[in-house]
Design a binder for this molecule. Structure first.
Ligand SMILES: [Zn+2]
Length: 117
C-alpha cells in the first residue's frame, strides 16, 4: 500500500501543480494520524497514505489544498479565495473529506479527532 501511495500521490501532485501553475518544494507520503496532508514553510508537502481510500475527486481536493498553502501558509480569507479559484467546489469537498475520515476502514486506526489539513 505504501509503495502504491508513494508512486501515485506524488505523480498526481506533479500533474495538478502543472495544471494549476502552483509549485512545491518536495513531497513525502506518510501515515499521519491526524491529517490528510500538510505543507511546511519550505513548501514541502506531506500526504497521508490514507488518501488511497478516497475517491479521485477528493484526493485532488486535498492535493490542491496543500498546493494553495505554497501561496498562503494559513487558512486566511486569501487562502480560501485561492481555493475558490483552483477548486470551485471546495466547500462540498471539504465536508466530504471530513466525513470520509470518520468512515475510514477500522484497521487503519483512524481516530475521530483528525481530518485537519
Ligand atoms: Zn490547510
Amino acid at each position: 500500500m505504501r509503495r502504491r501511495a508513494q508512486k501515485e500521490l506524488p505523480a498526481r501532485l506533479e500533474e495538478l501543480a502543472a495544471a494549476h501553475r502552483l509549485s512545491f518544494g518536495a513531497v513525502a507520503v506518510r501515515h499521519q494520524r491526524t491529517r490528510w496532508g500538510s505543507c511546511s514553510p519550505a513548501h514541502a508537502i506531506s500526504l497521508n497514505l490514507r488518501l488511497l481510500f478516497l475517491e479521485p475527486e477528493l484526493v485532488d481536493h486535498v492535493l490542491i489544498h496543500e498546493l494553495c498553502h505554497t501561496r498562503e501558509l494559513n487558512h486566511s480569507k486569501r487562502f480560501w479565495a485561492l481555493m475558490q479559484i483552483h477548486d470551485p467546489d471546495w466547500k462540498r469537498h471539504r465536508r466530504q473529506i471530513r466525513e470520509a475520515w470518520r468512515t475510514l476502514p477500522r484497521w487503519l486506526h483512524a481516530g475521530n479527532g483528525g481530518s485537519e489539513l
